[in-house]
Design a protein around this ligand. Structure first.
Ligand code: GLY
Ligand code: MN
Ligand code: MN
Length: 422
Protein backbone atom coordinates (compact mmCIF):
# COMPACT_ATOMS: atom_id res chain seq x y z
CA UNK A 1 0.00 0.00 0.00
CA UNK A 2 2.68 2.48 1.09
CA UNK A 3 4.92 1.39 -1.79
CA UNK A 4 2.18 2.20 -4.26
CA UNK A 5 1.52 5.60 -2.73
CA UNK A 6 5.18 6.47 -3.18
CA UNK A 7 7.58 9.04 -1.75
CA UNK A 8 6.45 12.40 -0.42
CA UNK A 9 2.92 11.15 0.02
CA UNK A 10 0.70 10.79 3.05
CA UNK A 11 -2.21 8.39 3.44
CA UNK A 12 -5.15 9.41 5.60
CA UNK A 13 -8.09 7.19 6.51
CA UNK A 14 -10.79 7.69 9.11
CA UNK A 15 -12.62 5.08 11.15
CA UNK A 16 -16.36 4.79 10.61
CA UNK A 17 -18.33 7.06 12.95
CA UNK A 18 -20.58 5.62 15.64
CA UNK A 19 -24.19 6.10 14.55
CA UNK A 20 -27.28 6.89 16.58
CA UNK A 21 -30.28 4.59 16.12
CA UNK A 22 -32.59 6.67 18.27
CA UNK A 23 -32.10 8.96 21.25
CA UNK A 24 -29.40 7.35 23.46
CA UNK A 25 -29.19 4.13 21.49
CA UNK A 26 -26.47 3.41 18.96
CA UNK A 27 -26.51 0.95 16.07
CA UNK A 28 -24.12 -1.92 16.70
CA UNK A 29 -20.77 -0.49 15.61
CA UNK A 30 -19.18 -1.81 12.41
CA UNK A 31 -15.77 -0.53 11.39
CA UNK A 32 -15.28 0.83 7.87
CA UNK A 33 -14.02 -2.08 5.76
CA UNK A 34 -11.02 -0.17 4.33
CA UNK A 35 -10.00 0.85 7.84
CA UNK A 36 -10.46 -2.69 9.09
CA UNK A 37 -8.37 -4.02 6.19
CA UNK A 38 -5.44 -1.74 6.98
CA UNK A 39 -5.57 -1.73 10.78
CA UNK A 40 -7.77 -4.51 12.19
CA UNK A 41 -8.84 -1.80 14.65
CA UNK A 42 -12.52 -1.90 15.63
CA UNK A 43 -13.10 1.30 17.58
CA UNK A 44 -14.64 4.51 16.36
CA UNK A 45 -12.98 7.91 16.86
CA UNK A 46 -9.81 6.79 15.17
CA UNK A 47 -7.67 8.03 12.29
CA UNK A 48 -4.91 6.21 10.43
CA UNK A 49 -1.99 8.11 8.93
CA UNK A 50 0.73 6.43 6.92
CA UNK A 51 3.92 8.04 5.68
CA UNK A 52 5.60 5.82 3.08
CA UNK A 53 9.03 7.47 2.95
CA UNK A 54 9.66 7.70 6.68
CA UNK A 55 12.08 4.81 7.34
CA UNK A 56 10.40 1.60 6.17
CA UNK A 57 7.16 3.46 6.07
CA UNK A 58 5.48 4.70 9.22
CA UNK A 59 1.98 3.97 10.45
CA UNK A 60 0.34 6.16 13.07
CA UNK A 61 -2.98 5.54 14.73
CA UNK A 62 -4.87 8.32 16.41
CA UNK A 63 -7.39 6.79 18.80
CA UNK A 64 -9.08 7.31 22.14
CA UNK A 65 -7.05 7.15 25.31
CA UNK A 66 -8.20 4.47 27.70
CA UNK A 67 -10.61 5.90 30.23
CA UNK A 68 -11.65 3.78 33.24
CA UNK A 69 -14.94 5.58 33.58
CA UNK A 70 -15.80 5.07 29.89
CA UNK A 71 -14.67 1.44 30.15
CA UNK A 72 -17.11 0.91 33.00
CA UNK A 73 -19.93 1.68 30.57
CA UNK A 74 -18.65 0.32 27.28
CA UNK A 75 -15.99 -2.27 28.12
CA UNK A 76 -12.28 -2.39 27.41
CA UNK A 77 -10.70 0.10 25.05
CA UNK A 78 -7.50 -0.56 23.15
CA UNK A 79 -5.85 2.77 23.98
CA UNK A 80 -2.60 4.24 22.72
CA UNK A 81 -0.35 1.49 24.08
CA UNK A 82 -2.56 -1.23 22.69
CA UNK A 83 -2.52 0.40 19.27
CA UNK A 84 1.23 -0.23 19.13
CA UNK A 85 1.53 -3.48 21.08
CA UNK A 86 -1.61 -5.23 19.78
CA UNK A 87 -2.16 -3.65 16.37
CA UNK A 88 1.40 -3.20 15.23
CA UNK A 89 1.26 0.55 14.72
CA UNK A 90 4.60 2.36 14.73
CA UNK A 91 3.19 5.25 16.71
CA UNK A 92 -0.06 6.18 18.39
CA UNK A 93 -1.53 9.45 19.56
CA UNK A 94 -4.63 10.69 21.28
CA UNK A 95 -7.37 11.36 18.73
CA UNK A 96 -7.76 14.78 20.39
CA UNK A 97 -4.35 15.70 18.97
CA UNK A 98 -5.21 14.54 15.48
CA UNK A 99 -5.90 17.95 13.99
CA UNK A 100 -2.77 19.73 15.18
CA UNK A 101 -0.49 16.82 14.40
CA UNK A 102 -2.06 16.10 11.04
CA UNK A 103 -1.76 19.72 10.03
CA UNK A 104 1.98 19.59 10.69
CA UNK A 105 2.39 16.20 8.99
CA UNK A 106 0.82 17.49 5.80
CA UNK A 107 3.47 20.11 5.22
CA UNK A 108 6.01 19.27 2.56
CA UNK A 109 4.07 16.24 1.35
CA UNK A 110 3.44 16.30 -2.40
CA UNK A 111 0.44 14.03 -2.54
CA UNK A 112 -2.36 13.18 -0.16
CA UNK A 113 -4.17 9.87 -0.49
CA UNK A 114 -7.58 10.34 1.03
CA UNK A 115 -11.12 9.56 -0.02
CA UNK A 116 -13.05 12.79 -0.28
CA UNK A 117 -16.78 12.67 0.27
CA UNK A 118 -16.96 10.22 3.17
CA UNK A 119 -16.85 12.93 5.83
CA UNK A 120 -17.53 16.41 4.40
CA UNK A 121 -16.57 18.20 7.64
CA UNK A 122 -13.16 16.52 7.68
CA UNK A 123 -12.71 17.26 3.98
CA UNK A 124 -13.48 20.90 4.62
CA UNK A 125 -10.80 21.14 7.32
CA UNK A 126 -8.27 19.34 5.15
CA UNK A 127 -8.85 21.64 2.20
CA UNK A 128 -8.85 24.61 4.58
CA UNK A 129 -5.35 23.68 5.77
CA UNK A 130 -4.06 23.30 2.24
CA UNK A 131 -5.37 26.74 1.38
CA UNK A 132 -3.77 28.15 4.53
CA UNK A 133 -0.40 26.61 3.61
CA UNK A 134 -0.57 28.04 0.12
CA UNK A 135 -1.50 31.48 1.41
CA UNK A 136 1.23 31.70 4.04
CA UNK A 137 3.88 34.24 3.21
CA UNK A 138 7.58 33.46 3.72
CA UNK A 139 6.83 29.82 4.40
CA UNK A 140 9.70 27.36 4.63
CA UNK A 141 7.75 24.39 3.28
CA UNK A 142 5.51 23.70 0.34
CA UNK A 143 1.90 22.62 0.40
CA UNK A 144 0.59 19.37 -1.09
CA UNK A 145 -0.80 19.94 -4.56
CA UNK A 146 -2.81 16.79 -5.10
CA UNK A 147 -5.45 14.78 -3.30
CA UNK A 148 -5.71 11.26 -4.77
CA UNK A 149 -8.47 8.78 -4.17
CA UNK A 150 -7.23 6.06 -1.86
CA UNK A 151 -9.93 3.59 -2.79
CA UNK A 152 -8.72 2.75 -6.33
CA UNK A 153 -5.52 1.30 -4.96
CA UNK A 154 -6.97 -0.18 -1.83
CA UNK A 155 -9.98 -1.81 -3.45
CA UNK A 156 -7.89 -3.57 -6.03
CA UNK A 157 -5.78 -5.01 -3.21
CA UNK A 158 -8.88 -6.08 -1.33
CA UNK A 159 -10.14 -8.00 -4.36
CA UNK A 160 -7.28 -10.53 -4.08
CA UNK A 161 -7.66 -12.46 -0.85
CA UNK A 162 -4.61 -13.63 1.10
CA UNK A 163 -4.37 -17.03 2.75
CA UNK A 164 -5.45 -15.51 6.09
CA UNK A 165 -8.42 -13.79 4.52
CA UNK A 166 -9.49 -17.00 2.79
CA UNK A 167 -9.29 -18.86 6.05
CA UNK A 168 -11.60 -16.29 7.72
CA UNK A 169 -13.97 -16.61 4.78
CA UNK A 170 -14.00 -20.40 5.09
CA UNK A 171 -14.95 -20.02 8.73
CA UNK A 172 -17.71 -17.54 7.86
CA UNK A 173 -18.97 -20.03 5.27
CA UNK A 174 -18.83 -22.96 7.69
CA UNK A 175 -20.93 -21.20 10.32
CA UNK A 176 -23.45 -20.06 7.71
CA UNK A 177 -23.72 -23.66 6.44
CA UNK A 178 -24.53 -24.78 9.99
CA UNK A 179 -27.15 -22.07 10.33
CA UNK A 180 -28.85 -23.01 7.03
CA UNK A 181 -28.76 -26.73 7.90
CA UNK A 182 -30.42 -26.11 11.24
CA UNK A 183 -33.04 -23.87 9.60
CA UNK A 184 -33.94 -26.70 7.20
CA UNK A 185 -34.09 -29.20 10.03
CA UNK A 186 -36.39 -27.20 12.31
CA UNK A 187 -38.65 -25.77 9.61
CA UNK A 188 -42.25 -26.96 9.55
CA UNK A 189 -45.64 -25.61 8.48
CA UNK A 190 -47.20 -23.27 11.02
CA UNK A 191 -43.91 -21.77 12.17
CA UNK A 192 -43.21 -18.11 11.53
CA UNK A 193 -40.41 -16.70 9.37
CA UNK A 194 -39.28 -15.00 12.59
CA UNK A 195 -38.59 -18.39 14.22
CA UNK A 196 -36.18 -19.20 11.40
CA UNK A 197 -34.65 -15.71 11.47
CA UNK A 198 -33.97 -16.10 15.21
CA UNK A 199 -32.44 -19.53 14.70
CA UNK A 200 -30.03 -18.20 12.06
CA UNK A 201 -28.87 -15.40 14.37
CA UNK A 202 -28.53 -17.88 17.22
CA UNK A 203 -26.15 -20.06 15.24
CA UNK A 204 -24.12 -17.04 14.12
CA UNK A 205 -23.74 -15.39 17.50
CA UNK A 206 -22.87 -18.53 19.40
CA UNK A 207 -19.98 -19.08 16.99
CA UNK A 208 -18.42 -15.63 17.31
CA UNK A 209 -20.05 -14.39 14.15
CA UNK A 210 -22.30 -11.52 13.35
CA UNK A 211 -24.82 -11.56 10.58
CA UNK A 212 -23.18 -10.12 7.47
CA UNK A 213 -26.51 -8.50 6.43
CA UNK A 214 -30.09 -8.73 7.64
CA UNK A 215 -31.18 -12.26 6.68
CA UNK A 216 -33.91 -12.68 4.11
CA UNK A 217 -36.42 -15.29 5.28
CA UNK A 218 -39.23 -15.28 2.73
CA UNK A 219 -41.93 -17.94 2.72
CA UNK A 220 -44.16 -18.42 -0.34
CA UNK A 221 -44.50 -15.30 -2.47
CA UNK A 222 -42.29 -13.35 -0.04
CA UNK A 223 -39.47 -15.23 -1.76
CA UNK A 224 -40.15 -13.04 -4.81
CA UNK A 225 -39.39 -9.85 -2.85
CA UNK A 226 -35.68 -9.52 -3.45
CA UNK A 227 -34.85 -7.51 -0.33
CA UNK A 228 -37.54 -8.97 1.92
CA UNK A 229 -36.49 -8.46 5.54
CA UNK A 230 -39.81 -8.20 7.40
CA UNK A 231 -39.41 -11.91 8.22
CA UNK A 232 -42.65 -12.09 10.17
CA UNK A 233 -45.15 -14.13 8.13
CA UNK A 234 -46.53 -17.59 8.82
CA UNK A 235 -44.89 -20.45 6.93
CA UNK A 236 -47.50 -22.42 5.03
CA UNK A 237 -47.71 -26.06 4.09
CA UNK A 238 -46.99 -26.41 0.38
CA UNK A 239 -44.95 -23.19 0.09
CA UNK A 240 -41.26 -22.78 -0.55
CA UNK A 241 -39.02 -20.87 1.86
CA UNK A 242 -36.16 -18.76 0.51
CA UNK A 243 -33.41 -18.02 3.02
CA UNK A 244 -30.56 -15.68 2.12
CA UNK A 245 -28.30 -15.45 5.16
CA UNK A 246 -24.57 -15.13 5.75
CA UNK A 247 -22.27 -15.03 8.73
CA UNK A 248 -19.51 -12.47 9.21
CA UNK A 249 -16.37 -13.81 10.89
CA UNK A 250 -13.51 -11.50 11.78
CA UNK A 251 -15.00 -8.93 9.40
CA UNK A 252 -15.34 -11.34 6.45
CA UNK A 253 -18.71 -12.24 4.99
CA UNK A 254 -20.35 -15.36 3.69
CA UNK A 255 -23.54 -15.04 1.65
CA UNK A 256 -25.66 -18.15 1.12
CA UNK A 257 -29.13 -18.68 -0.31
CA UNK A 258 -31.12 -21.88 -0.25
CA UNK A 259 -34.76 -22.39 -1.21
CA UNK A 260 -36.59 -25.41 0.18
CA UNK A 261 -40.13 -26.67 0.81
CA UNK A 262 -41.60 -25.65 4.16
CA UNK A 263 -43.05 -29.16 4.61
CA UNK A 264 -39.88 -30.94 3.54
CA UNK A 265 -41.15 -32.26 0.20
CA UNK A 266 -40.91 -30.41 -3.15
CA UNK A 267 -44.09 -30.45 -5.26
CA UNK A 268 -43.39 -31.54 -8.82
CA UNK A 269 -43.59 -27.95 -10.14
CA UNK A 270 -41.37 -26.67 -7.35
CA UNK A 271 -38.86 -29.35 -8.14
CA UNK A 272 -38.98 -28.58 -11.87
CA UNK A 273 -38.29 -24.88 -11.44
CA UNK A 274 -35.69 -25.58 -8.76
CA UNK A 275 -33.85 -27.90 -11.14
CA UNK A 276 -33.71 -25.08 -13.68
CA UNK A 277 -32.06 -22.73 -11.18
CA UNK A 278 -29.70 -25.49 -10.08
CA UNK A 279 -28.69 -26.22 -13.68
CA UNK A 280 -28.14 -22.50 -14.27
CA UNK A 281 -25.88 -22.40 -11.24
CA UNK A 282 -23.93 -25.44 -12.41
CA UNK A 283 -23.39 -23.84 -15.82
CA UNK A 284 -22.19 -20.66 -14.13
CA UNK A 285 -19.87 -22.58 -11.78
CA UNK A 286 -18.30 -24.26 -14.80
CA UNK A 287 -17.15 -20.80 -15.93
CA UNK A 288 -15.64 -19.81 -12.58
CA UNK A 289 -12.08 -20.45 -13.66
CA UNK A 290 -9.04 -18.23 -13.77
CA UNK A 291 -8.70 -16.77 -17.25
CA UNK A 292 -12.43 -16.61 -17.96
CA UNK A 293 -14.26 -13.31 -17.99
CA UNK A 294 -16.48 -12.33 -15.11
CA UNK A 295 -19.36 -11.83 -17.54
CA UNK A 296 -19.15 -15.46 -18.74
CA UNK A 297 -20.58 -16.61 -15.41
CA UNK A 298 -23.72 -14.52 -15.81
CA UNK A 299 -24.14 -15.33 -19.49
CA UNK A 300 -23.94 -19.06 -18.84
CA UNK A 301 -26.50 -18.90 -16.04
CA UNK A 302 -28.90 -16.76 -18.04
CA UNK A 303 -28.77 -19.06 -21.06
CA UNK A 304 -29.55 -22.20 -19.05
CA UNK A 305 -32.22 -20.47 -16.94
CA UNK A 306 -33.89 -19.14 -20.07
CA UNK A 307 -33.84 -22.54 -21.78
CA UNK A 308 -35.35 -24.06 -18.67
CA UNK A 309 -38.11 -21.47 -18.44
CA UNK A 310 -38.96 -22.08 -22.10
CA UNK A 311 -39.14 -25.84 -21.50
CA UNK A 312 -41.54 -25.27 -18.61
CA UNK A 313 -43.70 -22.93 -20.69
CA UNK A 314 -42.98 -19.93 -18.49
CA UNK A 315 -41.34 -18.11 -21.39
CA UNK A 316 -43.05 -18.47 -24.77
CA UNK A 317 -40.45 -17.45 -27.34
CA UNK A 318 -37.36 -19.10 -28.76
CA UNK A 319 -34.10 -19.03 -26.81
CA UNK A 320 -32.45 -16.60 -29.21
CA UNK A 321 -35.48 -14.32 -29.13
CA UNK A 322 -35.71 -14.29 -25.33
CA UNK A 323 -32.00 -13.54 -25.04
CA UNK A 324 -31.99 -10.87 -27.73
CA UNK A 325 -35.07 -9.01 -26.49
CA UNK A 326 -34.18 -9.42 -22.79
CA UNK A 327 -37.52 -11.24 -22.39
CA UNK A 328 -36.01 -13.50 -19.71
CA UNK A 329 -35.35 -10.42 -17.55
CA UNK A 330 -38.96 -10.43 -16.46
CA UNK A 331 -38.17 -13.38 -14.20
CA UNK A 332 -34.36 -13.34 -14.02
CA UNK A 333 -33.94 -9.87 -12.60
CA UNK A 334 -30.59 -9.63 -10.88
CA UNK A 335 -27.00 -10.27 -11.73
CA UNK A 336 -25.60 -13.75 -11.08
CA UNK A 337 -23.07 -12.69 -8.49
CA UNK A 338 -20.72 -10.17 -6.94
CA UNK A 339 -17.32 -10.02 -5.28
CA UNK A 340 -17.34 -11.14 -1.65
CA UNK A 341 -15.02 -10.15 1.19
CA UNK A 342 -15.08 -7.64 4.02
CA UNK A 343 -18.18 -6.24 2.36
CA UNK A 344 -20.92 -8.58 1.22
CA UNK A 345 -21.00 -6.75 -2.07
CA UNK A 346 -17.27 -6.39 -1.98
CA UNK A 347 -15.12 -3.76 -3.64
CA UNK A 348 -13.22 -4.22 -6.90
CA UNK A 349 -13.94 -3.33 -10.49
CA UNK A 350 -15.97 -5.68 -12.69
CA UNK A 351 -14.73 -4.16 -15.92
CA UNK A 352 -11.35 -2.86 -17.00
CA UNK A 353 -11.14 -0.45 -19.92
CA UNK A 354 -14.68 -1.34 -20.89
CA UNK A 355 -14.00 -5.11 -20.91
CA UNK A 356 -15.31 -7.65 -18.46
CA UNK A 357 -12.59 -8.45 -15.94
CA UNK A 358 -10.66 -11.69 -16.13
CA UNK A 359 -10.98 -13.99 -13.13
CA UNK A 360 -7.75 -14.52 -11.21
CA UNK A 361 -6.68 -16.68 -8.27
CA UNK A 362 -7.59 -15.09 -4.94
CA UNK A 363 -10.82 -13.52 -6.09
CA UNK A 364 -13.91 -14.62 -4.18
CA UNK A 365 -17.39 -14.25 -5.60
CA UNK A 366 -20.95 -15.44 -5.23
CA UNK A 367 -22.84 -17.41 -7.85
CA UNK A 368 -26.52 -16.87 -7.25
CA UNK A 369 -28.96 -17.38 -10.12
CA UNK A 370 -32.60 -16.78 -9.23
CA UNK A 371 -35.99 -17.05 -10.90
CA UNK A 372 -38.94 -15.16 -9.47
CA UNK A 373 -42.48 -15.40 -10.84
CA UNK A 374 -44.48 -12.53 -9.34
CA UNK A 375 -47.85 -13.57 -7.87
CA UNK A 376 -49.55 -11.02 -10.12
CA UNK A 377 -48.03 -12.43 -13.34
CA UNK A 378 -51.06 -13.14 -15.53
CA UNK A 379 -49.21 -14.47 -18.59
CA UNK A 380 -47.87 -17.50 -16.82
CA UNK A 381 -49.75 -20.58 -15.64
CA UNK A 382 -51.07 -20.28 -12.09
CA UNK A 383 -48.87 -23.14 -10.90
CA UNK A 384 -45.77 -20.97 -11.17
CA UNK A 385 -47.09 -17.73 -9.73
CA UNK A 386 -45.58 -16.61 -6.46
CA UNK A 387 -42.60 -18.95 -6.75
CA UNK A 388 -39.23 -17.40 -5.98
CA UNK A 389 -36.13 -19.57 -6.10
CA UNK A 390 -32.50 -18.57 -5.63
CA UNK A 391 -29.46 -20.75 -4.98
CA UNK A 392 -26.33 -18.93 -3.85
CA UNK A 393 -22.84 -20.20 -3.12
CA UNK A 394 -19.47 -18.60 -2.43
CA UNK A 395 -16.59 -19.47 -4.71
CA UNK A 396 -12.86 -18.78 -4.48
CA UNK A 397 -10.99 -18.69 -7.78
CA UNK A 398 -7.74 -20.65 -7.70
CA UNK A 399 -5.24 -21.54 -10.38
CA UNK A 400 -6.94 -24.94 -10.65
CA UNK A 401 -10.56 -25.88 -9.94
CA UNK A 402 -12.56 -23.24 -8.09
CA UNK A 403 -12.98 -23.77 -4.35
CA UNK A 404 -16.65 -23.72 -3.36
CA UNK A 405 -16.49 -22.37 0.17
CA UNK A 406 -20.15 -23.18 0.79
CA UNK A 407 -20.08 -26.53 -1.02
CA UNK A 408 -20.79 -28.41 2.20
CA UNK A 409 -24.42 -27.28 2.28
CA UNK A 410 -27.05 -29.56 0.71
CA UNK A 411 -28.40 -28.36 -2.60
CA UNK A 412 -30.02 -31.04 -4.78
CA UNK A 413 -33.74 -31.57 -4.12
CA UNK A 414 -33.09 -35.12 -2.92
CA UNK A 415 -30.35 -34.06 -0.51
CA UNK A 416 -32.50 -31.20 0.83
CA UNK A 417 -35.43 -33.54 1.39
CA UNK A 418 -33.21 -36.12 3.07
CA UNK A 419 -31.78 -33.55 5.48
CA UNK A 420 -35.25 -32.23 6.29
CA UNK A 421 -36.57 -35.73 6.87
CA UNK A 422 -33.65 -36.77 9.07
N1 GLY B 1 -27.46 -11.14 0.38
C1 GLY B 1 -27.24 -10.19 -0.62
C2 GLY B 1 -26.92 -10.80 -1.91
O1 GLY B 1 -27.16 -11.97 -2.11
O2 GLY B 1 -26.36 -10.18 -2.76
MN1 MN C 1 -25.11 -12.34 -2.82
MN1 MN D 1 -27.29 -13.40 -0.62
Amino acid sequence: MMRMAGEDSIIILQAAPARIRNNDVHYPYRQDSDFLYLTGFREHDALLVMIPDDGDGKSMLFCRNRDPEREMWDGRMVGLEGAVSEYGMDESYDIKEAETRLRALLQDRDRIFHDLGRDPLFDQRLIGWLNEFRGEARKTYHAPEEIHALDHMLHDMRLYKSREELSAMKRAAKIAIEAHELAMQICEPGMNEADIHASLLHTFTRHECETSYVPIVGGGENGCVLHYIANNAKLNDGDLLLIDAGAEYDGYASDITRTFPVNGKFSSEQRDLYEVVLAAQAAAMAKAHAGNQWQAIHDAAVRVATEGMIDLGILKNSLEEELETDGYKKFYVHNTGHWLGLDVHDVGEYTIDGHSRELEPGMVLTIEPGIYIPPSEKNVSKVWRGMGIRIEDNVAITKDAPKILTGGLVKTPDDVEALMAG
